[in-house]
Design a protein around this ligand. Structure first.
Ligand SMILES: *[C@@H]1O[C@H](CO)[C@@H](O)[C@H](O)[C@H]1NC(C)=O
Ligand SMILES: *[C@@H]1O[C@H](CO)[C@@H](O)[C@H](O)[C@H]1NC(C)=O
Ligand SMILES: *[C@@H]1O[C@H](CO)[C@@H](O)[C@H](O)[C@H]1NC(C)=O
Ligand SMILES: *[C@@H]1O[C@H](CO)[C@@H](O)[C@H](O)[C@H]1NC(C)=O
Length: 436
């Protein structure tokens, strides 16, 4: 009798132990894989480039942010080789150098245009991520590998704030080749200043010699932030947008990586972010500046976070007749003089006119070039008469004569301020002799 009782008790006990054990294991699986490394086993070594290879894989990590809209998860903007995705793990460390490892969810953006590598979000969810300072992505979830010299990314956006340093930031996705269109760049930057932009970011792979002087000037002035983007050291970036046509590893020098990076980089720094190319100006027509434009657009619907702006082509092959902007001072400056190109191409029937964007970065989760892929608020197509893009470039409809184009002199409205400002900048950059 006693024996039997003992046996039942033992049976019960072992049964309970199994259940508890299973629960603990399960709990561990959900939470963390290995925990609590001490200071002696980990050395936080910050990544030295904006592009960091993920060890034992073909992928790269770029930068890491707390995403407060996703319960404080860590989002690591990454470049993933799409056909070779293995399980990835996040090692995240608090300032006390206490690290935890969690499994990740990899979200490859949908707009890959067939390229083998593409921008992706590696999402890490776990406890107390908001107090973490550094993170790395690894293919090995086990402890013994941490102490190898691995490079960690600092984690940004730890705190939510609506005390923005800037109201308007322009993200210019990529600068590459020996691009040296100095005059158009200076005119664009000065125009943006007049429109109320306080900050411009450019991702630099390479540039021409004169443009470099101009960029250095704007950087020293505090208006321009140059992010080093040596993508050509790691991959064979494509010069085009479509894999079938242009080949290469990654869409257009990584434009989709840098646009997404720029949005997260400025989430709590800038009220709005403009996403456009180096030769495009997002130009308010109904208002004299971006501040009035956005006040109007947001008062109509405060929930909107993405504003689509139509692109319009001003062919660099058509010059205005008076020649009043053929200035002696600019003869020696390389690049296009946008003041001379006031003829705008008409829209084509059955051809979609691509848009660029002004976004509230806090309402965007993933962006493409012409629209947002995932956003929290609404998206609004801004009417052509309210705001449109002035894009001076090679014509798209080169067969059209001047008479078949529209006269659009919007840039002339700014001549009184724009011209002296451009001249001053060129002088300060050492591109124009200071004869005055
Ligand atoms: C780890 O190092 C940091 C700074 O080096 C120190 O402040 C902290 O107390 C250390 N933690 C442990 C558990 O030793
Ligand atoms: C930024 O926007 C806020 C709110 O719209 C405004 O009060 C402030 O003056 C603006 N700052 C600058 C520098 O334009
Ligand atoms: C852009 O990157 C190239 C290549 O690294 C570098 O030589 C050049 O100085 C950079 N330009 C600026 C303005 O930083
Ligand atoms: C024009 O450019 C050349 C070569 O860069 C330079 O030597 C000359 O001083 C420039 N002239 C003016 C007026 O800036």
């Amino acid at each position: 009798m006693e024996k039997e009782n003992k046996f039942i008790v033992l049976l019960l006990l072992s049964f309970m132990a199994t259940i508890i054990g299973t629960l603990i294991l399960k709990h561990k699986d959900n939470q963390t894989i290995k925990t609590h490394l001490t200071n002696s086993t980990i050395k936080i070594q910050e990544a030295s480039y904006s592009i960091t290879p993920i060890k034992d894989s073909e992928h790269f990590m770029v930068s890491a942010f707390i995403d407060h809209r996703l319960d404080g998860a860590i989002r690591v903007i990454s470049i993933i080789k799409r056909n070779n995705l293995q399980p990835l793990y996040c090692v995240y460390c608090t300032t006390e150098h206490d690290c935890k490892t969690v499994e990740t969810e990899v979200q490859i953006h949908t707009d890959h245009f067939g390229f083998p590598f593409h921008v992706s979000d590696v999402i890490c969810k776990g406890k107390n991520m908001q107090s973490a300072s550094h993170v790395l992505i690894t293919t090995h979830p086990t402890k013994h590998l941490y102490n190898i010299n691995m490079e960690y990314l600092p984690i940004n956006n730890n705190l939510v704030t609506d005390n923005f340093k800037y109201n308007f930031t322009v993200c210019i996705s990529n600068l590459f080749g020996s691009y040296n269109n100095v005059l158009q760049f200076a005119q664009t930057m000065e125009m943006y200043k007049l429109l109320g932009v306080q900050h411009v970011v450019i991702y630099n792979t390479s540039c021409g010699a004169d443009l470099k002087k101009l960029l250095k000037h704007y950087e020293s002035e505090g208006f321009l932030e140059i992010v080093s983007w040596p993508i050509d050291k790691f991959l064979n970036p494509s010069p085009g947008w479509n894999f079938q046509e242009h080949k290469g590893d990654l869409h257009y020098y990584g434009q989709l990586v840098t646009l997404n990076e720029c949005i997260y980089r400025h989430m709590y720094q800038s009220r709005y972010v403009l996403l456009n190319d180096i030769d495009e100006i997002i130009m308010p027509y109904k208002y004299s500046n971006l501040q009035s434009l956005m006040e109007d657009l947001q008062s109509a619907d405060p929930s909107n976070g993405v504003f689509l702006i139509e692109n319009h082509i001003f062919p660099k092959t058509q010059f205005e007749d008076s020649g009043k902007f053929k200035r002696e001072e600019w003869k020696n400056i390389s690049g296009i003089n946008i003041m001379e190109h006031i003829y705008r191409e008409p829209e084509r029937k059955n051809v979609y006119n691509p848009t660029k964007m002004i976004v509230n970065p806090r309402k965007v989760e993933q962006t493409s070039v012409h629209s947002s892929l995932k956003n929290f608020g609404g998206s609004y197509h801004v009417p052509f008469n309210v705001c449109r893009i002035v894009h001076v470039r090679v014509p798209l409809q080169g067969h059209l004569t001047k008479e078949e184009l529209f006269v659009d002199k919007r840039v002339w409205d700014f001549e009184n301020n724009l011209i002296p400002n451009v001249d001053r900048t060129l002088k300060l950059s050492g591109l124009l002799k200071d004869s005055s």
